[in-house]
Design a protein around this ligand. Sequence first.
Ligand SMILES: Cc1cc2nc3c(=O)[nH]c(=O)nc-3n(C[C@H](O)[C@H](O)[C@H](O)COP(=O)(O)OP(=O)(O)OC[C@H]3O[C@@H](n4cnc5c(N)ncnc54)[C@H](O)[C@@H]3O)c2cc1C
Length: 473
Amino acid sequence: MTMTRRGFLSASAALATIPALRRGAWGAAPPPREADIVVIGAGAAGIAAARRIVAANRKVIVVEAASEIGGRCITDTSTFAVPFDRGARWLHNPDSNPMIRLARSAGLDVAAAPLGQTIRIGRRNARAGETEEFLAALVRANRAIDDASRGKLDVPCASALPKDLGDWAGTAEFVLGANATGKDLKDVSAMDKARGVDRSAAIIACRQGLGTLVAKLGEQLPLSLSTPASRIAWSNRDVTVETPSGKIAARAAIITVSSNVLAAGNIKFTPDLPKRYLDAATKLSLGSYDHIALLLPGNPLGMARDDVMIEQSNSTRTALLLANVGGSSLCSIDVAGSFGRDLSAQGEAAMVAFAVEWLTKLFGSDAARAVKKSSATRWNEVPSVLGAMSAATPGAQPSRKILTEPIGCMFLAGEATHDTLWGTVDGAWDSGERAADAALRKIGALKDTEPAPASPVARPRRRAAPARRGPIN
Ligand SMILES: Cc1cc2nc3c(=O)[nH]c(=O)nc-3n(C[C@H](O)[C@H](O)[C@H](O)COP(=O)(O)OP(=O)(O)OC[C@H]3O[C@@H](n4cnc5c(N)ncnc54)[C@H](O)[C@@H]3O)c2cc1C
């Protein structure tokens, strides 16, 4: 990814607790025993896949381990007066992102955000010249990673960084590493990072929450919540998926669980999953990224709506602030990478304490005194997810392609399987549609030459070409 000078956000990862919608389309009754295709997981990838299968007039069943739809897109609407996106909050790539049109069709409000990006140096904002200096450092760092990615051998992004970034070295590392991928740059493949599509052009937010959107898109689907797949017996002709509510027989399966869930062996396979897939999932492990949400009435930070702030820091013990979310008093302090992982392991109280201490350091103690309510996510501890977003370890970029190869009549999907849009909701969505097309072809519901069925809301087909623009993640 080449950094543009527009800002620093694209590198950052980054939209619900919808009320537990229902146990599933079948109420308290177990899901049906047969389908053409069974989809494991009701996150963005699973919902996209199931919609595609329904559009092709084939019978699908979605089984979801959690008690709600969304996976890593969950909007909590009960803790605060405004929606709090516990996972993904921003849509990227507005020119090609199908979810923006889907959101409008579903009657949700989507709009560009955020505009303001501030850098704090101690208790003051960076001057224009200092901001310029930082953005120049960021561009150089990104270019160096791009250049390194063209070598024969893959290297860690950190080893490619220019050595003369001075006071901005740590900040550049945070923005491009932990904040963009959930991992420190020493743990991230330069080739993988460089192949990632630019996320800087514009950032789109959904007023009702990105989790609300994903849940809405899954509303009409035949799905069963609180129904984890425990074992999948598979061959080249059919699959049987075991769940606590019984077995489901199908002609193909689409598995959308996160790379960490797959690698952890939470689903057993008979016969075993070939080792190369498990190795690939391990090498595409999830980074750590969490939101610490603080309610700060009265705007004690003196920031505008959806202002984003980072600090000049040479330590990994830092964060990104999104102030006054959607014009409310809700502020999110995002922690990520190795520091974020260690902090989240200490629990919610420690996370909130860090956020308060960090704001006090940068804005004084009035800010800390203003906190009226808090909530922190801990994605590494969510058993059905186990982390935030995938980032390839050095040397592991080809692993993404391995995960797209069919295994008998099973097809993997999810953000980790996307070559260029990994770590995003639209990447997950695209991967779900790709896997659904492959599964439909496998069962003869789609001919090789036939165009894929239009999903309920048609969109231009996109197999993202490797972009060489710049990120703001
Ligand atoms: C804090 C955070 C911030 C982020 N910010 C952004 C952002 O701003 N913009 C962006 O584009 N992306 C962002 N992302 C990344 C984005 O959320 C993910 O890339 C995307 O949501 C992944 O979707 P998925 O369908 O691949 O996986 P998931 O959402 O993980 O879906 C997989 C589903 O499988 C289910 N499952 C697991 N095991 C089983 C089982 N045994 N049986 C049945 N079901 C099972 C899970 O419960 C889950 O619902 C963020 C992620 C996090 C955590």
